[in-house]
Design a protein around this ligand. Structure first.
Ligand SMILES: CC(C)(COP(=O)(O)OP(=O)(O)OC[C@H]1O[C@@H](n2cnc3c(N)ncnc32)[C@H](O)[C@@H]1OP(=O)(O)O)[C@@H](O)C(=O)NCCC(=O)NCCS
Length: 361
């Protein structure tokens, strides 16, 4: 199939939005429209400056190709190569605007992405697309985890299956209305403090991580990949240092975000043993983007997850009263985290498929 006037090429990633010739912003708009077509809202839509910082992360090689028809962007390919020593995976994701589907554009983009991964020596591909809810009663797919389903007639589901990918896991996308849930925040803090007793206290801060906590945060970030449910996915190692924490915090600021963090300090050792963080975009009336949340395994069972997340919601009210909502992503089998989120007022708004494909080496 050929589309007259179709042109696919790498997108130049600008150093700052002031240096964008308009292509990066146009790509973000098409990305957001495509995602909203599946999700049913623009709740997750990043602004261009906010998305740009992802491409300046030194620990990943992230690239974009755009498909244009007569000069207008109609689709994109995203490829991510983790740059850690021994990394094996590549993220390869394809999006085509709903007005331009079933003409082979998605296939053309996917072929470029798979070839780019193989060229880089990456033969395990992963993708995390947002899927539509699907009509009730239609045929649905269940991943090997047994948690969650996706509609078989969703365009992305059909496309991935046709290209030989397997569905490994499902992520629930949830949203909380902070005003409606204010009483839940207070209740969560009370119950969290009860569980933590005298053994832990809460520390919260806006912006960059204070120097005294950078090493603790590095440890917590590095455990995200080993302590969170990862189904049967291949997981590359991530080494975190205080320097990487500083870099991540600095990029958040460059992207216009206010980063808020809440952590639990183990009084006996003085170390942070649980944390959660949140990215509030430059337009503070837009939903906040929940970052990572983790309680170290050895400190679980004391309601520290509830405590830090309730403290984070309280911190939002203090530092950004104009923020009215937060969106978060959780593995559908991550019952502990979902329990905490449900207690704080999060409700499901959509689902993400976690797909994997093994290329022949
Ligand atoms: C999935 C997506 C990229 C497909 O883009 P596209 O340009 O329509 O893809 P193609 O035209 O190359 O489709 C290739 C094949 O996939 C399958 N397919 C694609 N969309 C389908 C649909 N809605 N229903 C059934 N099969 C579908 C078909 O087998 C199709 O071949 P055919 O048209 O000859 O029958 C697009 O629908 C999209 O952007 N969806 C949202 C993002 C997403 O889910 N991405 C998944 C990969 S990360």
């Amino acid at each position: 199939m050929s589309v007259p006037g179709l042109d696919i090429r790498p997108l130049r990633i600008p150093a700052t939005m002031a240096e964008d010739d308009g292509s990066f912003a146009e790509m973000v708009a098409v990305r957001n429209e495509t995602e909203a077509a599946a999700l049913g809202s623009y709740d997750l839509a990043p602004d261009p400056a906010g998305l740009l910082i992802e491409y300046h992360d030194r620990w990943f090689d992230r690239r974009i190709w755009v498909a244009r028809v007569d000069g207008r962007i109609v689709g994109r390919l995203f490829v991510e190569l983790p740059l850690e020593e021994g990394a094996r995976i590549a993220v390869v994701e394809v999006e085509v605007h709903p007005d331009w589907r079933r003409r082979g554009i998605g296939t053309a983009l996917a072929e470029i992405g798979e070839a780019a991964a193989a060229d880089a020596g990456r033969f395990t591909l992963q993708a995390w697309p947002v899927h539509s809810p699907g009509a009730s009663g239609g045929r649905r797919l269940t991943p090997p985890t047994g948690f969650g389903t996706l509609p078989a007639d969703d365009a992305g589901v059909a496309f991935q299956l046709r290209r030989g990918w397997s569905l490994e896991q499902i992520y629930r996308i949830s949203r909380v209305d902070l005003r409606e849930s204010a009483a839940r925040t207070e209740d969560g803090l009370r119950r969290g403090r009860e569980g933590a007793g005298d053994a832990y206290d809460v520390v919260t801060w806006p912006g960059a991580t204070p120097e005294e906590w950078q090493d603790d945060l590095a440890l917590l970030y590095s455990r995200m990949l080993t302590d969170a449910p990862m189904a049967a996915l291949t997981v590359d190692p991530e080494e975190w240092t205080a320097e990487r924490v500083r870099d991540t915090d600095a990029r958040a600021e460059q992207g216009g975000y206010l980063l808020l963090t809440a952590a639990a300090r183990h009084r006996a050792t003085g170390r942070l043993v649980a944390f959660t963080n949140l990215y509030l975009p430059a337009d503070r009336t837009r939903p906040g983007d929940q970052g990572d949340t983790l309680v170290l395994k050895e400190h679980r069972g004391h309601r520290l997850g509830l405590l830090v997340k309730a403290a984070l919601h309280r911190a939002v009210a203090e530092h950004s009263p104009e923020t009215t909502a937060i969106c978060t992503f959780n593995a559908e089998e991550n019952r502990y985290m979902l329990d905490v989120n449900e207690a704080l007022g999060f409700v499901p708004i959509g689902y993400q498929g976690v797909w994997q494909k093994q290329l022949q080496a």
